[in-house]
Design a protein around this ligand. Structure first.
Ligand code: FES
Ligand code: FES
Length: 172
């Protein structure tokens, strides 16, 4: 057993006594009751289970929670899908996915929301050429598998959202 504390969606959690090898997705689902993070393939392929990790230097990255143990997140600041909406107001990414009917069963959605949000935040710091938006989306979201095959509308939602925010792109 190990003692685990971290910050999740801005709130300190723990200390909790957890098995050394407890997967992060199980910690979120079973210990914290945050069931929005989904266990799908369980082998690191589909990316349905990603969360955002905010680093002390101000950068963020996504991490898979099925193949990374909860202890790998000890002391870190984590964002899950439960942390995006403010009350009943969805985040811009969430609202875009709803508006575009981007998902069906929704099992892949929290992963897409986290990855797309991290992408938006990167673009706020480093805009891309308008002609590179498609490639940027492919690079950011390309590893996310949707078993309902709803890719097109996720990509349409993000393309529209990015192009609706002039500060995220530059001419070219
Ligand atoms: S459930 Fe984690 S990558 Fe598929
Ligand atoms: S909406 Fe069902 S897996 Fe993507």
């Amino acid at each position: 057993m190990a003692t685990l504390s971290m910050t999740v969606n801005g709130q300190p959690v723990g200390p909790h006594e957890v098995p050394d090898a407890l997967p992060m997705v199980d910690y979120l689902n079973d210990v914290l009751g945050l069931t929005g993070t989904k266990f799908s393939c369980g082998i690191g392929v589909c990316h349905a289970c990603v969360v955002i990790v905010d680093e002390p230097d101000g950068t963020s990255r996504t991490m898979r929670t099925c193949i990374n143990g909860a202890m790998a997140f000890a002391g870190k600041s984590v964002r899950t899908v439960e942390g995006h909406a403010e009350g009943t107001t969805l985040s811009a990414v969430q609202q875009a996915f709803v508006d575009h009917f981007a998902f069906q069963c929704g099992y892949c959605t929290s992963g897409f929301v986290n990855e797309a949000t991290a992408l938006m935040e990167r673009l706020e710091k480093t805009p891309v050429a308008r002609s590179a938006v498609e490639a940027t989306l492919q690079e950011a979201l390309g590893e996310h598998i949707c078993r309902c095959t709803g890719y097109v509308r996720y990509y349409e939602a993000m393309r529209d959202l990015i192009l609706s925010r002039p500060e995220l792109t530059v001419e070219g």
